[in-house]
Structures are given as C-alpha cells and as structure tokens.
Design a protein around this ligand. Structure first.
Ligand code: SAH
Ligand code: SF4
Ligand code: F3S
Length: 478
C-alpha cells in the first residue's frame, strides 16, 4: 500500500491494520462464546471531549467497536466497552475528563467485566498516562493519539485477562483502512491531515498530535465518494491547519483538493477547518468564490489583535496582515460568514493589548467567535512566561469581549432576515421538541416549525427573524 500512496507522510503498514481487522473477528467470536448473540449484542459507550478531530477519531473507534460486534448504548451502565476520548487543550477539558473517568469506578464495581479504555490528547501526555495507571486502577488501558488503530489489540488483551497497558507509541503515522461509524450519516467529518507544525506558544496540540502529515488525495477522494454514497450532505474537511494540506506531498494544495472533491457527483456541501491565517492562500479564497459546493464560511482564528501578543504567541502574522486577508476574502466572497477563536489573558496581555483585540473584532465583524481564557499547558513555552494574568482580570476582559461580540452577532444575523436560504435539516431542536434545527451557510442554527422535513434533507427556509445566537425560519419548500 505504502508504495502507491503519493505522500511523504509515514503510513501504518497494511499488515498491521490487517492484523487489527482479524482481531476484530476474533473478539466478536470471543464475545459470542460468552453468551452474547446477534440479538443480544454487547454495548459500547464512547464519551468524546475536544474538537472535531476527536469527533472524527471517535467515529473510527466506533467503527472498530462495530467490527468487534459491539453496538452503541446510551448509558455507560449498559456497556461492556467504555471508551473515553480525551482533550488537553485547556485545564477545564482535562478536569472534566478525569471526573468522568473517576465516575466509571462505580460502573466497574457493578460490572467487573466491562472494559474501560482512555484515548486522545490528554493521555498522550506521559504524566497523564502515569496518573491513569497509578490512580485509576479500574481503567484497563490507555492509548495515545498515534495508537488509535491498535484498539482491537488492547481490547482483546483486556478481555482475555492481559496486563493493563498504557500505550505511548510516540510515533505518528497515517493509518488508512480503519472503518468509521458515523453518528449522523448526513453530516460527515473527513480528516485530510493530522498533526500540527506551528507550535503556537500556548498550545499543546503539536505535542499530542505529532507533526503535520497529509493523507493522499486518492484516499481522501475515495472516502468522500463513500460518504456521499452513504448520504453525506455536509462534509467538513478536518485538520489543525488545513491550509497547509499537501505541503508534504508537493503536487496538491487545499484549494486543489477541494476543487477535486467538489467535482464529485452528488448533492453535498463542503466545509473545512481550521485555517491558519499565515497560510490562508489566494487559491483557497478563489476556490471558495468559484465553487458552489464550498460553503462561504471561513473560520480564521486571529487569537489576539495585539501585534506584540501575536508575536509572543508565535502566530507569525500581524494584525495588519490578518486584516488584509479578511479584506481580500470580503471582496472575493461578498457574503462570507467569518468566525474566529480568541484567547483572553495571554501572559503579558495589557489593557492596551486587550483593547487591540476588541478593535480587531469590531473591524472584522465576525458572525461568531469562540473565546477562551488562557489556560497554561504543561510543557508549552507560554506556561512559564512572565506576566501570567490574574483570573479576575481575564474574566472581566472575557465578559467585555462577549458583550461586544454578542452585539455584533445580533446585528450580523439580521442580514439574513427576508432571505430564502437552502438549509440542511439536522435535528429536532434542543430547546423545543416541536421545532427542527437546520443549518445553511451561516454557522448559526435556523429553527423552524416542523412540517415534515426529514432529518438529513435540504429544505428552503425563509428567514423571518434573528437574534444573537439563532435564526428563525419558515418552510418554503421541502
Ligand atoms: N488548530 C486550530 C485550533 C486548535 S485549538 C487553530 O490553530 O486555529 C482551538 C482553539 O483553542 C485555539 O484556536 C485557541 O484559541 C484555543 N486554545 C488553544 N490552546 C489554548 C490554551 N492554552 N488556553 C486557552 N485557549 C487555547
Ligand atoms: Fe495549536 Fe497553533 Fe497548531 Fe492551532 S496552529 S493547533 S493553535 S499550535
Ligand atoms: Fe483537544 Fe486534542 Fe482537539 S487537545 S482540541 S482534542 S486536537
């Protein structure tokens, strides 16, 4: 397999993947011998924290679990296999995961046969893997983000009384050929690359996801075709910095890849995340302007509006450079929806630095932002920088930022009122069971009276009103 793949990225050998597939069959037989059957399948329960990349990884864990004969259950108490896919981006994410894992002690007491495994970014840090090993004795195994494909091996060992294992492979290769089980077939995540080379000074991701590696375009196109055949209507290409897709291949870039996917037959839309401003290319902007299937939404995290903070964050662009990309984007894609991530309270952030962030938000006028209070991450340069900002100051700035953005969001959302948009009906509204929630190009959900539009189908909605977080629509056409 490796010979045919046009990418420089290291790949897990086909023989290793094949062994895992065989183990899945062995595990299924083993479970059947233990009293489970076609009608009475053992249950799996996967708890996912973190970003879409983790969601995509959890779908692969689910795909493997299906292959082993497990079926999803909605409560951990009903499961024979519990997997926790952790995140390490902020302290809060780690605390939440540890508390959930702590609660599984009781599940194990009630059902000693349950297999409990922990994967993802948190346990890729050796101090966290050690903590699990030493303080969570009912956890059967953990595996780092480079070892997801070894899940069958780990589960088999746990089922057959093997020793507890805490895998720190420390090697990151592309693993093709792992089945994936999507929760919602109409809304698909498609990883096009893994890892990150950017080492923003606050961020743990490069340490827990390894260096950038692109999947071969052939493999991505094949997966896209499969997803579309399976009913995917909304496909999001995933990577920590999709703008640098293909750099390790040489002959293709993100714009070229997206154009190839758009050329596939089918009624679908294409999104991508995340983009790094230093790599946001004219070719990508042109692709968005020209390809009808690419959703006119650009998530382009700025992080801060202060040039000094950006420098210390190691972001490699200035606020002026960022704004000139935004200008280009607005010119080429006039109705583009813009969103961003912002960190508040980065070490050394002064009132003036923070004001620069407010200023850039006012200048860009994002549809929405995702803002975070800076959280020191062990092993990253920013964690030991001078000038750590006290929590009261960060919290105050955070509130101020939200208030500004809420005003902008409310105003920005008004532009849709009176328009008819084509939206994908995604789910029953979380707040009102009589309503459905759909999504068009804007990242905002559209709520509308359910007149029988099936979930997973497109419909035309006239937007009748809008507030800060939502749009409200009226069905025009199924
Ligand atoms: N690769 C993406 C996003 C990665 S993480 C990108 O570069 O844009 C998502 C967001 O979490 C980041 O954009 C950043 O705003 C935030 N983040 C990352 N590390 C953080 C930290 N230590 N404290 C607070 N927020 C952080
Ligand atoms: Fe983290 Fe920066 Fe990489 Fe994004 S680009 S994952 S913020 S290091
Ligand atoms: Fe979290 Fe890992 Fe994503 S740290 S944000 S799950 S890449």
């Amino acid at each position: 397999m490796t010979n045919e793949i046009r990418t420089a990225a290291p790949h897990v050998e086909e023989a290793v993947i094949e062994r895992q597939r065989q183990l899945c069959e062995t595990i299924e037989k083993e479970l059947m011998q233990r009293g489970f059957s076609e009608e009475n399948r053992p249950g799996y329960y996967i708890q996912t924290f973190g970003c879409q990349q983790n969601e995509a990884d959890s779908e692969r864990m689910a795909g493997l679990a299906w292959m082993m004969g497990y079926r999803p259950v909605s409560e951990p108490d009903a499961a024979q296999l519990i997997l926790v896919n952790t995140c390490a981006i902020r302290e809060h994410a780690e605390k939440k995961a540890l508390s959930i894992i702590g609660g599984y002690k009781h599940v194990k007491e009630k059902n000693p046969d349950v297999v409990i495994g922990v994967g993802g970014c948190m346990v890729t840090q050796s101090h966290r893997a050690d903590q699990l090993k030493n303080s969570y004795p009912y956890v059967n195994f953990s595996f780092d983000t480079g070892a997801l494909h070894l899940l069958p091996e780990l589960i088999y060992s746990a089922l057959t009384g093997g020793r507890r294992q805490f895998v720190s492979s420390d090697t990151y290769a592309v693993a093709e050929g792992i089945p994936s089980h999507q929760e919602k077939p109409y809304k698909a995540w498609l990883s096009i690359m893994y890892g990150c080379n950017n080492f923003c000074s606050y961020c743990i991701v490069p340490y827990v996801r390894g260096r950038e590696r692109s999947r071969a375009p052939e493999a991505i196109l094949e997966e896209a075709r499969r997803l579309i055949d399976g009913g995917a209507k909304d496909i999001t290409l995933l990577g920590q910095n999709v703008n640098s897709y293909g750099r390790d291949i040489g002959s293709i870039d993100i714009a070229g890849l997206m154009r190839q996917i758009c050329a596939l037959p089918g009624d679908f839309r294409l999104r991508f995340m995340t983009s790094h401003p230093k790599d946001a290319s004219d070719a990508l902007i042109a692709a968005m302007a020209e390809e009808e299937k690419i959703v006119p939404h650009f998530h382009l995290p700025v992080q801060s509006g202060s040039d000094e903070i950006l420098r210390r964050m190691n972001r490699k662009y200035t606020s002026g450079e960022y704004l000139s990309i935004i200008e280009k984007l607005k010119k080429s894609v006039p109705d583009v929806s813009l969103t961003s991530d912002i960190i508040v309270g980065f070490p050394g952030e002064t009132d003036a630095d923070f004001q620069a962030t407010l200023d850039i938000i006012s200048a860009v006028r994002y549809d929405a932002i995702f803002s975070f209070i800076y959280s020191p991450r062990k092993g990253t340069p920013a964690a030991t920088m001078e000038g750590q900002v006290p929590k009261e100051i960060s919290s105050r700035r955070f509130e101020q930022l939200l208030a500004l953005q809420h005003d902008i969001s409310r105003e920005r959302n008004q532009r849709f009122v009176g328009r008819t948009v084509r939206a994908l009906c995604e789910e029953v509204s979380k707040t009102d069971p009589d309503k459905m929630t759909a999504r068009a190009a804007s990242p905002r959900p559209i709520h509308f009276e359910n007149n029988g539009v099936p979930i997973g189908e497109y419909c035309d909605l006239e937007i009748v009103s809008a507030d800060t977080f939502s749009l409200y629509g009226k069905l025009i056409n199924k």
